[in-house]
Design a protein around this ligand. Structure first.
Ligand code: F0G
Length: 457
């Protein structure tokens, strides 16, 4: 497979520190084998997340200087609202400081005790905000998502038959919201077809349930639709996005991903004025006045520019091309991952790399640690280590997957860096049977993976 060349050149660089293997072994031991405890400067290639770690363009940096810092009515706010209305076709747009802030503002208005949210898959913070609102979150992804080797074009889809039976089982009045996460992060950045969004919307309409898009990676999802869904070959990314969003009633968005900024979020409401008024009230109390929503004027300005840059097809082809190139190198080496590769990273199947490490010795975390020791790459576990303990019994939960996620920041790393990622994984595979599991020596009660201490077994 050919690497798709960068459709940009580099004007500003950031020097990275190069540590020796011995130094890295010492750093990760000092970090108690938790990659979140590492200092960023001790990392060579940082693949912990694609969120807020993207490189802005010269136009966006020029926007930093132009940002209007007025408390109320900043021109950058109007520019952002106009851009978002143009792209998504919604009447009401509210900036917030990041995706989870949009969730916090919106969810409590639609959900409470005894209610449910049904999603193709809830991202962690989305699930947390459903639960904080007093409701329960149910995932309803197509069964193919659970088989890393099964290559189907839209592995992130909602299982629409199951959705309808869940609605019948719980009662339509109990479903506060149906949420479609595009792309489906937890399933491996897997896309959702336009047809699946439409069918989900039809079911929501039939039962009078509100339908929300979790839109963090809406542009990558549109690119997959263009590539893979019959009938969309000649439709522009912008038109695909318009169509997909036309099926929903609202969206929450972490703008730290596809809009290529370091901080920001959006809440969009198609036409429900009453709901928007209620959201404005909550925004003012939690985020700040409606025309800045917890962001600086310069952030609003960069976000308005990034919304359009993220739609550029040459950029998206290169971006998805990076994933496909890395995945093709892993195919060649016989390394399993959630396939076909998704939009924002490669989710390596650590269970198949380390069959000798049981789930409760955390194969995904073991591979993440090995990648740091091997090449200074920081990734993260998406498996039993991240899932944590059963809140009732305190027993370690057994995750369906043991993935190590290499999330690729946008416009940051080059082909040579991608080759280093592949080479590191191949080297580790060659000595896989020597790699040991880990045990937890200390953990906090909630979201333990961010802070826990570990030790090799
Ligand atoms: N929804 C999805 C699908 C996400 O991937 C994220 C964040 C959020 C909501 C929350 O947005 O971080 O701006 O508050 N995902 C990041 C990740 C953190 O690493 O996958 P946020």
């Amino acid at each position: 497979i050919k690497y798709i060349p960068e459709p940009f050149r580099i004007k500003m660089v950031e020097t990275i520190k190069m540590l020796t293997r011995e130094e890295r072994e010492q750093k990760i031991a000092e970090a108690k084998y938790n990659l979140f405890n590492l200092k960023g400067e001790d990392v060579y290639i940082d693949l912990l997340t694609d969120s807020g770690t993207n490189a802005m363009s010269q136009d966006q940096w020029a926007g930093v200087m132009k940002g209007d810092e007025a408390y109320a009515g900043a021109s950058s706010y109007f520019k952002l609202v106009e851009a978002a209305q143009d792209i998504f076709g919604y009447k009401y747009i509210q900036p917030v400081h990041q995706g989870r802030a949009a969730e916090k503002v919106l969810f409590a208005l639609l959900m409470g005790e005894g209610k449910y949210s049904i999603s193709n898959m809830h991202f962690d913070t989305t699930r947390a905000h459903v639960e904080l609102a007093g409701a329960r979150a149910i995932d309803c992804v197509v069964p193919e998502a659970a088989d890393p080797a099964k290559r189907v074009p839209f592995k992130g889809n909602m299982d629409v038959e199951k959705l309808e039976s869940l609605i019948k089982e719980h009662g339509a009045d109990k479903i506060g919201l149906v949420i479609m996460t595009i792309t489906n992060n937890s399933a491996g950045g897997q896309p959702v077809a336009a047809q699946n969004v439409r069918e989900t919307a039809d079911i929501c309409k039939k039962y009078g349930i509100k339908f929300c898009i979790d839109a963090a990676r809406y542009a990558e999802n549109a690119f997959f639709i263009k590539q893979r869904e019959p009938g969309y070959e000649n439709t522009s990314i912008k038109e695909i996005i318009k169509e997909v969003f036309s099926y929903a009633d609202m969206f929450t968005m972490s703008a730290k991903k596809d809009t290529i900024v370091n901080m920001g979020g959006l809440l969009g409401i198609k036409d429900d004025e009453e709901l928007f008024q209620a959201c404005k009230g909550r925004t003012i109390s939690f985020e700040g006045f409606v025309t800045y929503g917890g962001l600086s004027g310069r952030d609003l300005e960069c976000l308005a520019i990034g919304l359009y840059e993220g739609l550029d097809e040459n950029y998206l082809r290169y971006r998805i091309g990076q994933m496909e190139y890395l995945a093709a190198r892993l195919d060649e080496a016989g390394i399993a991952y959630q396939s076909p590769v998704g939009g924002h990273g490669v989710f390596v199947d650590a269970k198949s790399m380390f069959p000798h490490i049981p789930y409760n010795e955390f194969p995904g975390q073991a591979l993440a640690i090995e990648l740091y020791k091997e090449a200074g790459i920081r990734s993260c576990d998406i498996g039993s280590y991240m899932l944590g303990n059963d809140p009732d019994t305190g027993e370690q939960l057994h995750a369906d997957f043991e993935f190590t996620r290499l999330a690729i920041p946008r416009r940051v790393y080059t082909q040579a860096h991608i080759d280093i990622m592949a080479d590191a994984l191949i080297n580790i595979k060659e000595r896989a049977s020597e790699v040991k599991g880990y045990k937890i020596t200390w953990e906090p009660p909630i979201l333990r993976h961010f802070q826990a201490s570990l030790e090799p077994i």
